[in-house]
Write a new protein. Structure first.
Length: 59
């Protein structure tokens, strides 16, 4: 019975890991994909505009 108690924790972790991966894959895309992509694009554009804007009083 020691082998059962030795195998239970890895099996439980593997099951939860597979569930996590399935959940991540299922939530990619779908109805919210366009909204998420727009939010990322806006954040990238905002970061680039801040980086490219000239500093006040710079030499």
């Amino acid at each position: 019975m020691d082998y059962v108690s030795a195998l239970v924790p890895p099996v439980v972790m593997a099951v939860f890991f597979v569930g996590l991966i399935v959940t991540i894959v299922k939530t990619q895309g779908g109805a919210n994909k366009a909204k998420e992509d727009a939010a990322v694009d806006a954040a990238v554009a905002r970061a680039e505009s801040v980086r490219q804007s000239p500093e006040a009083g710079g030499a």
